[in-house]
Design a binder for this molecule. Structure first.
Ligand code: BES
Ligand code: MN
Ligand code: ZN
Length: 497
């Protein structure tokens, strides 16, 4: 018999309302997607891409004063540099953008850096534009600023969509990426489990999706014991949010995201520097919500389900403890080795629910382990799957969308490391080996029926700005996954017809 302490969250309401009274009122929200214009708009300042080799020929074709100006500015066509050149009226008549040596392969988001340096105005790259869609998307991704808590200015340089670029599709992707970033960047005092649920409901309303949630002690009644155990120490009740969208007759695609709104580590408290960034521990949830928004915006022929266990891994007298043995939705008893390995616990119950209806494709995303960050760093999204075709599709999509991913092994021989002497399994392993793999193997135990299952152990954060990726919360692999999903179901739909 496993004992579940129940909690009376409403008795603590005063604490919660005090927190709301302390809310900083949101500042101006920047409509970054206005920075991409449809091609119907004419008059734009041309941006001409030039290689170091091509510069002298170009200079010969310009006015003497213009070429003198370009030389005086020291512009040589080096990758990522630019120079603005006055036209006859004194306004900017032309922008030269350097792409370096012809042979160099440049990062497709690099030209988008221009959005941060060019003054307000309307610009268009000279045709033909290679990688037009990625350049336009990078333009919008680069212009993102998290402006909710301070007055700040955002870029105002507008880009006319290059030829053959579907501006609406690009805007939808950028909006999804920025939704993900906003959710991650919002601090835990305004993005607790309740606020995360509210954000999901807002998004569902926009797309006509349905949302239900199982909150607080109801988690025990409905058999989600591990979500309850992890979240019960917080003043804000833990919950499982379930959003569905699309026709029931379409193939089932289910996304599960780790929604740990703040990870203190629990009683195995994290030291200060490890805890500092833990508002991003709902990065998996934020990412699957961004992906869901792309899917719904594009009206892909799927029955979409998004499951978010939203909890705060907090510390109180009622907190779960190391050594506790928890029941799980699957029925296995789980020995708690460390309360800081909380993500896999809440995901396990949610994944088992997802698996019960045997979806065609099951994806989970989670800021699950520090070991993943050690293995591949913040730029790559490591993923695990036993489905080789799916893995290949994800890798290809990652390359073509400039959304890098890396396949990792679900290495079954390590599965036995999850053995426990007192319970059906332990949720962690000792020895310090392969931490991201063993966390993935724990999750895989809870997925039994689904044929195509993929787990992402993402970082969810850009520590140092890169082109198209400002510092802060980040969308990881969701543009790649959108392409996978789009191809998988467009094909299926046409085959059925
Ligand atoms: N949310 C963390 C993992 C994390 C830490 C992701 C830093 C990104 C950056 C997770 O809940 C955690 O604390 N994992 C522990 C597991 C360990 C106790 C087995 C870890 O990785 O140290
Ligand atoms: Mn943790
Ligand atoms: Zn965590």
């Amino acid at each position: 018999m496993i004992h579940h302490p129940t909690h009376c969250w409403s008795a603590r309401a005063p604490v919660k309302s005090a927190a709301i009274a302390n809310k900083v009122s949101p500042k101006k929200v920047f409509p970054v997607t206005d920075l991409l214009l449809n091609r119907t708009r004419r008059k734009a300042t041309p941006i001409h891409m030039v290689t170091t080799q091509g510069l002298s020929a170009l200079l010969r074709g310009l006015d003497k004063s213009q070429s003198a100006w370009i030389k005086a500015q020291g512009f040589s066509g080096k990758t990522g540099t630019h120079v603005t050149i006055p036209g006859k009226t004194g306004a900017i008549g032309l922008v030269l953008y350097g792409t370096g040596e012809e042979s160099q392969q440049s990062e497709p988001f690099l030209p988008a850096k221009l959005v941060s340096s060019l003054p307000a105005g309307t610009y268009a790259f000279d045709e033909p534009v290679k990688n037009g869609e990625l350049i336009a998307l990078g333009w919008l991704m680069e212009s993102y600023r998290f402006g909710a808590y301070r007055s700040s200015s955002a870029p105002e340089a507008q880009l006319v969509a290059p030829k053959r670029v579907d501006a609406d599709a690009v805007r939808a992707k950028a909006e999804a990426v920025n939704l993900t970033r906003n959710l991650i960047n919002t601090p835990a005092n305004d993005m607790g489990p309740d606020a995360l649920e509210a954000a999901i409901r807002t998004m569902a309303k926009q797309h006509g999706a349905k949302v239900s949630s199982i909150v607080g002690n109801q988690l025990l009644k409905r058999n989600f014991p591990m979500i309850h155990a992890v979240g019960r120490a917080s003043d804000i009740a833990p919950r499982l949010v379930d959003m569905t969208w699309g026709r029931n007759t379409h193939p089932k695609l289910t996304l599960v995201g780790k929604g740990v709104c703040f990870d203190t580590g629990g009683l195995n408290l994290k030291p200060g520097n490890s805890m500092a960034l833990m508002k991003k521990d709902m990065g998996g949830a934020a990412n699957v919500l961004g992906l869901a928004s792309m899917i719904m915006q594009a009206k892909l022929p799927v029955r979409l389900r998004v499951l978010i266990p939203a909890v705060e891994n907090s510390v109180s007298a009622g907190a779960f403890r190391p050594g506790d043995i928890l029941p799980s939705r699957k029925g296995l008893s789980v020995e708690i080795g460390n309360t800081d390995a909380e993500g896999r616990l809440v995901l396990a119950d949610a994944l088992h629910l997802a698996d019960e209806e045997k979806p065609d494709l099951l994806v989970d995303m989670a800021t699950l382990t520090g070991a993943a960050r050690v293995a591949v760093g913040p730029d790559l999204a490591p993923f695990y799957t036993d489905d080789d075709d799916l893995a290949a599709a994800i890798s290809n999509a990652g390359a073509s969308t400039n959304d890098p991913v890396w396949r990792m092994p679900f290495w079954s021989p390590y599965d036995e490391w999850l053995a426990s002497s007192v319970a059906d399994l332990n949720h962690i392993t000792s020895g310090g080996f392969a931490g991201s793999i063993t966390a993935g193997l724990f999750l895989r135990r809870f997925v039994e029926k689904t044929q195509s299952y993929v787990h992402f152990d993402i970082f969810g954060w850009t520590p140092k700005a890169k082109p198209g990726r400002p510092m802060g919360g980040e969308a990881c692999a969701i543009r790649a996954l959108f392409q996978v999903v789009e191809q998988r179901y467009k094909q299926k739909a046409s085959r059925r017809r």
